[in-house]
Design a protein around this ligand. Structure first.
Ligand SMILES: *Cc1c(COP(=O)(O)O)cnc(C)c1O
Length: 363
């Protein structure tokens, strides 16, 4: 049996009529940049995330870098980031000329270890970026308490956490701003690139709106050196068709995760831990094994595709060689890079596929 890691086409097939209708509506509308579809998606997604504002942008990386610019992050400033995130979190900081300062994750949750943040704060620190990695909310109370004590901003990277909740409230406005990616493989994915920022801070919302559109509120009047980073109306219309299904899709992921939690327990793998007060959305289901590569090869041989998120931590990437970080500097992130394995999970997985994954791992 073939078990793909994630069947992107299956999500389209499930909603084909709605998505085709949405695309046709944009084609017939004559609005091909900004316009009513983008505005309607912004309103609907803000409401879904329990946030006051949503600003659509071109992708998740731009969402991060524009939010940092809106927070006035300048060259030489420091921004605290997890040592074990997708490199986009770091790159956004670098794009502002600022310095990413890594903090190790808690080994049980894979999210930023709040007890290690204070040691990384200096007079140049401006922002903390917790990442809700794998769809699991980070310890926001812990992060917000430290941010308040030191007068820092909090920017949440929620690219993997559409629909997750923390202490009974959706991810979307716990920190000063929250960034989203609608890359096709995310829990809410477009059919191409897309991104957004949500916030309750109207000043930040306005700045991001201006920055994403050439630094301009009024055509040909440019207040700041902005960029061109717009959410495509076609993608906005497709996202509007998908958004009403997100909760159901996340629930299907939760059911699969529940089965994995039960049926893969006691085999010597480290399985995900869900801290109290968090409702993850299982963007990825990640197990740890000291024979990760062997397990991956055995699953691959029977047609089960797994992936590694992520095989090289940012501090050991050549892209960051200029910072002079070396093996051993962030041992928890490095251990994760050696041991993590993401096994198939997705709303369109069928029972036979779920059972094949479980049976083959148990072997
Ligand atoms: C996907 C992702 C991003 C970047 O999103 P793009 O839309 O690909 O630019 C940023 N951070 C995290 C944690 C991600 O998973």
């Amino acid at each position: 049996m073939n078990v793909p890691f994630l069947d992107l086409k299956a999500a389209y097939t499930e909603l084909q009529t709605d998505i085709d209708t949405a695309v046709a509506r944009v084609l017939a509308s004559g609005y091909y940049i900004h316009g009513p579809e983008v505005e309607a998606f912004e309103v609907e997604f803000a409401k879904y995330c329990q946030a006051d504002h949503c600003i659509g942008v071109a992708n998740g990386l731009d969402a991060l870098s524009l939010a940092l610019r809106a927070m006035d992050v300048q060259p030489g400033d420091e921004v605290i980031v997890p040592s074990n995130t997708f490199i986009a979190t770091w790159l956004a900081v670098s794009q502002c000329g600022a310095i990413p300062v890594p903090v190790e994750p808690h080994p049980a949750t894979f999210n930023i270890d709040v007890s290690k943040i204070e040691a990384a704060i200096t007079p140049r620190t401006k922002v903390i970026i917790p990442v809700h990695l794998y769809g699991q909310p980070a310890d926001m109370d812990g992060v917000l308490t430290i941010a308040k004590k030191y007068g820092l901003r909090v920017l949440e990277d929620a690219a993997q956490a559409h629909g997750a909740s923390y202490k009974g409230r959706r991810i979307g406005s716990h920190g000063d701003a929250v960034t989203w990616s609608f890359y096709p493989g995310k829990n809410l994915g477009a059919i191409g690139d897309g991104g957004a920022v949500t916030t309750n801070d109207s000043m930040l919302a306005e700045r991001i709106q201006v920055l994403r559109n050439y630094g301009s509120k009024q055509k040909y009047v440019n207040e700041v050196k902005g960029v061109n980073s717009r959410l495509d109306p076609l993608q906005a219309a497709i996202l509007r068709a998908k958004l009403p299904h997100l909760d159901e899709w996340n629930n299907r992921r939760r059911e699969i995760a529940k089965r994995y939690q039960h049926e893969l327990a006691g085999l010597g793998f480290i399985l995900p831990t869900v801290p109290e007060g968090t409702e993850p959305v299982w963007h990825l289901y990640v197990i740890c094994s000291d024979d990760r590569d062997g397990l991956q090869a055995r699953l691959n041989a029977v047609g089960i595709t797994t992936l590694i998120h992520y095989p090289i931590p940012p501090h050991l990437q050549q892209a960051y060689a200029d910072m002079g970080m070396k093996v051993g500097d962030y041992p928890i992130a490095e251990k994760m890079a050696r041991e993590v394995l993401s096994i198939p999970i997705g709303p369109q997985m069928n029972n036979a596929q779920i059972e094949a994954v479980i049976a083959n791992i148990r072997q």
